[in-house]
Design a binder for this molecule. Structure first.
Ligand code: FMN
Length: 190
C-alpha cells in the first residue's frame, strides 16, 4: 500500500482559532475527502518556532547552509519540507505581507536559493505541491497577489510549485464574513 499523503502546514497566524485557521481546516477537510483520508497533517506554528531572521551575512552563498540552522533547528524544518508531498503556507495579511515570524521562516529559504540559483544554473523543479491560504481584514483582494509573489519565490527555492490558492477577505468585522462562504471557497478549490 502506498504511504498516506504527507501534508505540512506552515502556519503564520498567532491565532490558533482565527480565520486563517478556519479557512485552512476547511481546505484540509476537502483535501481529506479527495484523498479518501489517506493523508497525515503536521502543523508548524511560526509564532512558536521563532525561527531567527536572516542576517544577510551571505555565508550560505558558499556553504549552502544558514549559520542559524543548528541553533533553531531550521534544518529539521527543511527535512520535513523535503519529506512532504504538499506544503501549505497559511497566513493572515499583516501590512500587505506575512507576519514577522512567518516572514523569518520564509527568508531563511535563502540558503536554498543561494545554492540553486546564485550562479544562474539552478533548475526550477516542482517536486511538491504548494498551497497558499490567506485571510485579510479589509474588503479587498489587493493584498493577496503580494503574498503570492513572496510565496512563489519561497516555494521555488524548495522545489515546490504553487498548485492552489485560497483567500478570504473582509474578516475585520465578524458580521462581514460567513463560515458558509469560506466553506464554499474551500470546496471551489480544484
Ligand atoms: C498587525 C496587523 C496587520 C494587519 N494588516 C492588514 C493589512 O495590511 N490588510 C488587511 O486587509 N488586513 C490586515 N490585518 C487584518 C488581518 O489580516 C485579519 O484580521 C486576518 O483575517 C487575521 O487572521 P487570523 O484570524 O488568523 O488572526 C492586519 C492585522 C494585524 C494584527
Amino acid at each position: 500500500m502506498s504511504r498516506p499523503e504527507q501534508v505540512l502546514v506552515l502556519f503564520g497566524s498567532p491565532n490558533k482559532k482565527g480565520y486563517t485557521h478556519i479557512l485552512t481546516s476547511l481546505y484540509l477537510e476537502q483535501l481529506q475527502n479527495k484523498l479518501h483520508n489517506q493523508m497525515e497533517i503536521e502543523y508548524i506554528y511560526a509564532y512558536e518556532k521563532k525561527y531567527l531572521p536572516c542576517l544577510g551575512c551571505e555565508k550560505c552563498d558558499t556553504t549552502g547552509v544558514c549559520i542559524w540552522n543548528q541553533k533553531d533547528q531550521y534544518d529539521q524544518l527543511l527535512e520535513k519540507i523535503q519529506q512532504a508531498d504538499t506544503v501549505v503556507l497559511a497566513s493572515p495579511v499583516y501590512f500587505s505581507g506575512f507576519p514577522a515570524p512567518l516572514k523569518a521562516l520564509i527568508d531563511r529559504a535563502q540558503q536554498k536559493y543561494a545554492v540553486k540559483f546564485k550562479d544562474g544554473k539552478g533548475v526550477n523543479q516542482k517536486l511538491r505541491r504548494g498551497v497558499l491560504i490567506s485571510t485579510c481584514g479589509a474588503d479587498t483582494t489587493k493584498f493577496f497577489p503580494m503574498l503570492q509573489l513572496a510565496a512563489g519565490m519561497f516555494f521555488d527555492c524548495l522545489d515546490i510549485g504553487i498548485a492552489e490558492t485560497l483567500f478570504a477577505s473582509n474578516t475585520d468585522d465578524p458580521g462581514n464574513i460567513k463560515i458558509s462562504d469560506m466553506e464554499q471557497k474551500a470546496r471551489d478549490v480544484k
